[in-house]
Design a protein around this ligand. Structure first.
Ligand code: MF3
Ligand code: CO
Ligand code: CO
Length: 280
């Protein structure tokens, strides 16, 4: 039996702040993601912004789960066929690349974890569609969140949408509970069956962060001990939000002025009041 923590009101207040700050790092870095920049430069800019402007701590830096070496950078930059945990370095990004930036900040002990996809110049039709489907997968999963729903409901809609589009869901990495700890229970699988796994309760906080491959779901780990690529070298996409289970549904915590709007199906389902709240 697992135990998923229920956050206190103070925890939720802290997580709202951390979530907003995590999203604001993505807003800040967006204009710098252009042909010619290195992933290392994006890391340096984000790191400086977090420490010197926000007064936040980059959670990845020196993060060292069991079996890993300490993560050497402040952010993850996952380019093209990199599924996740791409380590920033000398790599120059070029026109047509597609890249995920995954940012986790710590503020007053609380973690805000989120990622977005970015196109460098003009993306291929495949890259655009993969990113869009993955974004819809994340939001379909989020839109299932309410007390009484099950974790399997989230995984199911994500898997169904990805596979209907002809894509595959990475199994080895998942969403996770988050708070004062970066990765805690539960594991939020991005595949599964409705009505299975843990029942959601108000006050739980976890991420939804599907990794979707254009080709097969198989992955391989690079020699740096962190970088994960698709085995067949197909493109991979990921989007991530940190989400609170509320009494009536959900609240996305990683929200900033530049957060992309939810897909139309989310706004329509949640009604005019929610649409206004999301837009505000
Ligand atoms: N931010 C990633 C996640 O969504 C975790 C990155 S761990 C790191 O869970 F050490 F690679 F940064
Ligand atoms: Co993340
Ligand atoms: Co995460």
């Amino acid at each position: 039996m697992t135990s998923i923590s229920i956050k206190s009101d103070d925890d939720i207040k802290g997580m709202r702040i951390a979530g907003r700050l995590g999203a604001e790092v993505l807003d800040y870095i967006t204009p710098f993601i252009k042909p010619g920049v290195t992933t290392g430069e994006l890391d340096r800019l984000c790191h400086e912004y977090m420490v010197n402007v926000q007064g936040t701590i980059p959670a990845p830096l020196n993060y060292c789960p069991p079996g890993y070496t300490p993560y050497p950078k402040a952010i993850c930059t996952s380019l093209n066929d990199v599924v996740c945990h791409g380590i920033p370095g000398d790599k120059v990004i070029k026109n047509g690349d597609v890249i995920n930036l995954d940012i986790t900040v710590i503020k007053d002990g609380y973690h805000g974890d989120n990622s977005r996809m970015f196109f460098v110049g003009e993306p291929s039709i495949l890259a655009r569609r993969l990113s869009e489907i993955t974004y819809e997968c994340m939001w379909l999963g989020i839109s299932k969140i309410k007390p009484g729903a099950h974790l399997g409901d989230i995984g199911h809609v994500i898997q169904q949408h990805a596979e209907n589009a002809g894509y595959s869901v990475v199994r080895e990495f998942c969403g996770h509970g988050i708070g004062k700890v970066f990765h805690e229970e539960p594991q939020v699988l991005h595949y599964g069956r409705p009505g299975t796994l843990e029942e959601l309760k108000a006050g739980m906080i976890f991420t939804v962060e599907p990794m979707i491959n254009a080709g097969r779901r198989d992955i391989r780990e690079m020699g740096d001990g962190w970088t994960i690529k698709t085995k067949d070298r197909s493109l991979s996409a990921q989007w991530e939000h940190t989400v609170l289970v509320t009494d009536t549904g959900y609240e996305v915590l990683t929200v900033s002025a530049g957060t992309p709007p939810p897909p139309a199906f989310v706004l329509a389902a949640s009604g005019p009041a929610a649409a206004v709240a999301t837009a505000a």
